[in-house]
Design a protein around this ligand. Structure first.
Ligand code: LP5
Ligand code: MN
Length: 265
């Protein structure tokens, strides 16, 4: 297929698992259609519901890797960022996808504009229980010890953590699970960018932010929040002309989304 002029896609929060065949199909369709001919696709975390190690073989992981590799071989850049569910994705799996793993935060140049990318959880600083938990989960020694455990045990631990997280979330106020405004401003100022793209909160939207000091000659910045794929396939298309955040319908059968995966209230 011929290359369409200059377009880069951003997605996140697909939460793929064995029981999300519609979302997997939706991704595969996106990669065969809209993404084909794009310059690059950025997957900003939580591609998978839980990732316990690159040695955990599954049909879902295989299908995603094969489709991303096909796109990569057609000339698109494939970029993966860790989310709070799949931060254990390693270089082995990235290589199978033809993808580059991105550090957090990453600043890219997108058609002449500097854009910052994060998953989004690091900005939810009012959720102090999560912040402490995140620090432990991102400790390399902890991760290494976990990865050395048998696969079955890793799955059991992941399931336990998911359960505890769901219990904890049901008692948290909705607003503390959103990003902290001051953290967003601090990040933009530190990185000297006017555009931030993230996911995680499942609150898709585009927010204009007034800055304390001008960045690149402007005192305004934009925070673009990608959506979770539980009901729709949220895709941000970025081009030299601008950007568009679209909720695309999943392919048929569409109406079987799992209510347990609905947006964080
Ligand atoms: O994911 P989501 O949206 O439900 O909630 C997140 C935060 N929760 C998490 C945990 C993930 O859901 C589960 C991750 C599984 C990963 C695979 C296993 C890898 C293990 C690696 C070991 C090195 O991220 C949630 C936030 C919410 O987003 C909104 O931002 O609030 O945070 C929490 O719920 C954390 C709790 O507040 C506190 C921690 C409870 C869990 C303690 C578990 C200890 C169990 C140890 C078992 C041996
Ligand atoms: Mn997340």
């Amino acid at each position: 297929m011929s290359k369409s002029p200059n377009k880069t896609l951003f997605i996140s929060d697909l939460h793929l698992d064995t029981d999300t065949p519609t979302i997997l199909q939706s991704l595969l369709v996106l990669l065969r259609t809209r993404a084909t001919g794009a310059d690059a696709i950025y997957i900003l975390g939580d591609l998978f519901e839980a990732w316990v190690g690159d040695d955990d073989q599954s049909d879902v992981a295989d299908a995603v890797a094969d489709a991303l590799m096909t796109l990569s071989q057609a000339g698109a850049g494939i970029y993966l960022m860790h989310g709070n569910r799949d931060f254990l994705i390693g270089q082995d799996y990235a290589a199978r996808c033809g993808a580059t793993l991105l550090a957090e935060p990453t600043v890219i140049e997108c058609y002449g504009r500097r854009v910052a990318l994060v998953h989004g959880d690091s900005l939810c600083t009012r959720d102090s229980a999560y912040m402490a938990f995140r620090k432990q989960m991102r400790d390399p020694a902890w991760q290494q010890a976990f990865l050395e455990r048998p696969l079955l045990e890793r799955h059991m631990v992941a399931q336990q953590i998911r359960q505890k997280s769901q219990d904890a979330n049901s008692h948290k106020a909705s607003d503390i699970m959103d990003v902290t405004h001051q953290e967003v401003v601090k990040l933009l100022e530190t990185l000297q960018v006017n555009i931030l793209i993230h996911g995680h909160t499942h609150r898709p939207g585009i927010h204009t932010i007034r800055l304390h000091e001008a960045i690149n000659g402007s005192d305004e910045a934009v925070r673009i929040v990608l959506g979770s794929w539980d009901q729709k396939a949220w895709v941000l298309e970025f081009s030299p002309e601008g950007y568009d955040l679209k909720p695309l319908a999943h392919p048929e059968p569409a109406a079987e989304a799992d209510p347990a995966r609905s947006a964080k209230a």
